[in-house]
Ligand binder design. Structure first.
Ligand code: T4K
Length: 368
């Protein structure tokens, strides 16, 4: 059997991409805000229900720029249960991350624990909508308002997630998306910052273009964060199939839940189906997660332990007081138990049945 990875991008037929390439070849504008770049920004604003969005070369540079755009300094409260890019974006800005534990249900920053971590140096909160599961945005905003803090959401996983007020991406001061090849919506590499007003969008556009405002004026030490025309064109094409891809993911999610419901050692998440985009399918294995992980691998099933190790365990973070084991018990437990099972639109039912069988049948003690 061919390897089955944790994710696999859904690619449209190559022939459908050729006309886009022809247009790029005709125009000879390859990057720096060309036609496809403008069209994709517009199309994503409409699809996601957001006012303004600035495309980026990837999500990490978008995170770094989001912090720079709001002039964040000092300390920022964030989660250890995420991809390392979340905290790295703080270090790239000379900001000290302060790790706060997560809620065991949402797997996101626990609002009850945020206030105790605020100091006079705290300027912002950077929560993550982990796996696309919404943070408690109302509680986080209340805390931010009380302490005059900015909120920048790492929404790398949250493409298209809705909440009661519409798009989840409309919360906080800024939200940052990733369009990496492994994501629900991808542009090979890519990302975006969602922002509420024209003025902030202008500043972000300057910052992603070295700080240039016009031919002779540079206002900040900006970076090259621009998305190329090829990536933007691919995004426009991908967008046509996104609803179909999300519907397929939803079915795969349901099949896993049904297939795994009687396995005592395994917990699935329970965050409210209306608010998910089925970006990942994490399971939590109470005893000896790695035995199951290795068993799957031996059968060519390459799940991933997102997010193990915790960010706070990496060498550049583990000396921080907030990285102490005793500060992050829930995050640590989740990191030690998680396996993200293969989840992508084109995962075949037979492949999924094989994965479920491996987990459920016969050697139950293997995942003990
Ligand atoms: N914030 C959060 C919360 C994030 O999760 C991420 C990225 C970021 C910020 C930063 O956004 P970007 O700067 O990346 O836009 C992957 C991705 O590289 C990363 O984007 C993602 N999060 C993270 C959760 O996962 P790896 O090192 O696990 O990827 P990799 O190469 O092992 O890929 C996983 C599997 O996917 C492979 O085994 C096979 C399959 N795959 C992968 C690629 C790249 C494909 O089938 N095709 C492909 O092109 O980090």
């Amino acid at each position: 059997m061919k390897p089955i990875y944790v994710t696999q991008p859904t690619l449209p037929p190559l022939t459908e991409f050729i006309p886009y390439l022809e247009q790029i070849w005709d125009n000879k504008i390859l990057t720096n805000g060309g036609t496809f770049h403008q069209q994709l920004e517009q199309a994503l604003c409409e699809y996601l229900g957001v006012k303004h969005l600035a495309l980026f070369a990837n999500g990490t540079i978008a995170l770094i720029t989001a912090l720079q755009a709001l002039r964040i300094t000092g300390e920022v409260i964030t989660t250890p249960y995420s991809f390392v890019a979340t905290a790295h974006s703080l270090l790239w800005n000379g900001i000290k991350p302060v790790f706060v534990d997560i809620d065991p249900t949402t797997l996101n920053l626990d609002p009850d624990k945020i206030e105790a971590a605020i100091t006079p140096q705290t300027t912002a909160i950077m929560p993550v909508h982990c796996y696309g599961y919404p943070c408690n945005v109302a509680r986080i905003q209340d805390i931010a308002d009380n302490y005059n803090l900015k909120v920048i959401y790492d929404a790398a996983h949250a493409f298209g997630v809705k909440d009661n007020n519409g798009g989840l991406l409309n919360h906080g001061d800024l939200s940052v998306l990733s369009f990496h090849a492994t994501k629900v919506f991808n542009t090979f590499e890519g990302g975006a910052i969602v922002c509420p007003d024209e003025k902030t969008k202008r500043r972000i556009d300057h910052l992603k273009n070295f700080g240039f405002v016009d031919e002779v004026t540079v206002v900040a030490a900006g970076i090259n964060g621009k998305m190329s025309e090829i990536n933007a064109a691919f995004g426009l094409l991908q967008l046509k199939g996104i609803d179909d891809a999300l519907a397929k993911r939803k079915m795969i999610d349901a099949r896993y839940r049904e297939g795994l419901k009687n396995v005592a050692e395994i917990r699935c998440t329970n965050v409210g189906k209306h608010s998910a985009n089925y970006a990942y399918f994490p399971i939590f294995v109470e005893h000896n997660r790695d035995a199951l992980y290795e068993k799957l691998k031996a059968n060519n099933i390459f799940g991933r332990r997102y997010f193990y190790p915790l960010i706070s365990d990496f060498p550049m973070y583990r000396g921080l007081p907030s990285a102490a084991q005793s500060n992050l018990p829930v995050a640590r437990q989740m990191a030690n138990e998680v396996i993200c099972l293969p989840m992508y639109a084109n995962l075949e039912p037979e492949q999924q049945n094989f994965i479920i069988e491996l987990i459920t049948t016969g050697e139950k003690n293997e995942c003990k």
